[in-house]
Design a binder for this molecule. Sequence first.
Ligand code: 13P
Ligand code: SF4
Length: 346
Amino acid sequence: SQADLEKKAKHMIDELGSKVYIPGHHYQKDEVIQFAHDKGDSLQLAQISAKNTAAEYIIFCGVHFMAETADILTSEDQKVILPDMRAGCSMADMANLHQLERAWPILQETFGDTIIPMTYVNSTAEIKAFCGKHGGATVTSSNADKMMRWAFTQKKRILFLPDQHLGRNTGAKMGIPLEDMVVWNPIQNKYEGEFSEETKVILWKGHCSVHEKFTIENITSWREKDPEIQILVHPECSYEVVQASDFAGSTQYIIKKIEEAPAGSHWAIGTEMNLVQRLKQDHPELTIHSLNTMMCACLTMNRIDLPHFTYSLEKIIEGDPQNIIKVPKDLAKDAKLALDRMLVQS
Ligand code: 13P
Ligand code: SF4
């Protein structure tokens, strides 16, 4: 039963002591996040990994790209474990190295040597390594505007991977007109729309399948039902949704906004379901809804469940750790360049 598994997990964590460290992303299920030594959004988890403990094993409760990042930022002999190898990210899967290497010469031909590649941390180690090798950096939703400003001190144009929405929303927040951003379609290997000498941002056509589910209709419907409602969304939502919302920001921003909200205020939140549910539980003084009543869940985040988590602990204790995420050395070195350019500025 769930209670037995919880007891077993707790016992094994005690037994392992400082040998194991457990970071967890805010989108994780309650049954797993209760065991996290630290909770965070993707920036905080990267920072925590970079400074990390001496723990021999890091059981990463999050998705594959986060575990890769933790491996890149920790020392050679530390082992990062992902409790379920199927915990990927559909957005990270929308940019692969083959597509990027195919696109890059075309972009160079159009714009010359004026482009810096920047990638959301929600990407594979290979994409991060490409950015690192070409002078670029990673960004998270917490520092995207700061990092884009930095990127423009390096080059005239940014190729932003893999989330077109975070790229467009951040560009717009910085005052870049929409017509100065062009979409790159990595499947068809061509531009979608007009580009010109004025183009500032090339947006890789990727998206988050969770955050894309929040719509203008959802916002209109809440505003009609409840005139006091305030709409709070993540910048992985579309440009139209972000524009129609009252507030938009990263996971950390959303949590802070809710923690500081006046008692009695009403909120509809456009982000992953587990986080919205937890905010609702933790803040009975507020009225909190999911912006989309269908409750948008990240299927891959949810693959990390109590049975997989317990299994990871068990295998460490047996001396046969499973699901170790190891980024090849060369790749890790280049990806670290991109991550470090972000971490020194965060
Ligand atoms: P942040 O943790 O940077 O807000 O990103 C949200 C997300 O989609 C993580 O996969
Ligand atoms: Fe990827 Fe979206 Fe899930 Fe985050 S919420 S892990 S971006 S699919």
